[in-house]
Write a protein that binds this ligand. Structure first.
Ligand code: PAF
Length: 278
């Protein structure tokens, strides 16, 4: 695996491949886990020349403390990527991604950036759209892979691709879970042993809430999630919502195919997850 940090090197390597083999791209912020690696595998299975990027994008953090705390494990990331078969790793510095004097476009993402994560993390999706657009501009992938764990982000990226007309196919990867159901996330590394032993309840709560919403009501499901999550010391629910999968609008009644989404804090660590109601 070749590791580059400069755009000229990235472009030189990609020029050797472009037109001969599709380019598959997995953008990440590092602290890689099995969820990221499954996206790399998907790209390799699609016979793509597979490029991963590691860049902790400052413009998508609305909370400076969250940016400072964000786990950074470059050596481990590199060895994981090598073992998976990733071919090119782009690890730029901020000046390379956002060169001084070059204006960064700001995308109007409309309704999508005003709800759920967008409501609780103002500016977050503008930052995500900015960096993904910039990385797409540099890598010019044929296919790009994003996990369903960040469901709203996936929708924002699809919207961005429509808005910019980039010829890239966005492919979703299933959420990868630990044995107790915890969705894989870079932030899980920040949990203490005690916190880690308790967070399996998030997935179990979502599953039960999905059933409750479908068989009783969304209100009953919301009350259940609130009492389960807020009943645990140092856990704090930020939101639990049922949404239409295609539009993220609020359904009048929950039904199969809707998405149940949760965001919560365990101490200072913010975790999100979602399931599709079956
Ligand atoms: O999902 C992430 O890790 C980030 O939001 C992304 C897509 C790499 C953009 O910084």
């Amino acid at each position: 695996m070749l590791i580059v940090s400069k755009i000229v090197d990235l472009e030189r390597e990609l020029a050797r491949i472009r037109g001969k083999q599709p380019i598959g791209f997995v953008p990440t912020m590092g602290a890689l886990h099995a969820g990221h690696l499954s996206l790399i595998k998907q790209s390799l299975e699609n016979k793509c020349f597979t490029v991963c990027s590691i860049f902790v994008n400052p413009t998508q953090f609305n909370d400076k403390g969250d940016l400072d705390r964000y786990p950074r494990t470059p050596e481990l990331d590199i060895s994981l990527l090598k073992s998976t078969g990733c071919e090119l790793l782009f690890m730029p510095e901020a000046e390379e991604v956002y060169p001084k004097g070059t204006p960064v476009p700001s995308f109007d993402l409309g309704y999508m950036e005003t709800i759920l994560e967008g409501a609780f993390r103002p500016g977050h999706f503008k930052g995500v759209a900015q960096v993904v657009n910039r990385l797409f501009e540099l890598v010019r992938p044929d296919q790009a892979f994003f996990g369903r764990k960040d469901f709203q982000q996936l929708m924002i990226i699809r919207q961005l691709v429509k808005m910019t007309g980039r010829p890239v196919k966005i492919i979703a990867g299933e959420t990868v879970r630990e044995a107790d159901g915890l969705a894989m996330s870079s932030r899980n590394r920040l949990l203490s042993i005690e916190q880690r032993s308790k967070v399996g309840i998030i997935y179990k709560t979502l599953l039960t809430a999905g059933k409750l919403a479908k068989e009783h009501s969304i209100a009953a499901a919301s009350a259940f999630v609130e009492s389960e999550i807020n009943g645990i010391q140092a856990f704090r629910l930020e939101y639990f919502e049922i949404r239409e999968a295609e539009t993220l609008l609020i359904p009048t009644h929950a039904r199969a195919g809707n998405i149940a989404l949760i965001a919560m804090f365990v101490g200072k660590i913010r975790l999100i997850d979602n399931i599709t109601i079956d």
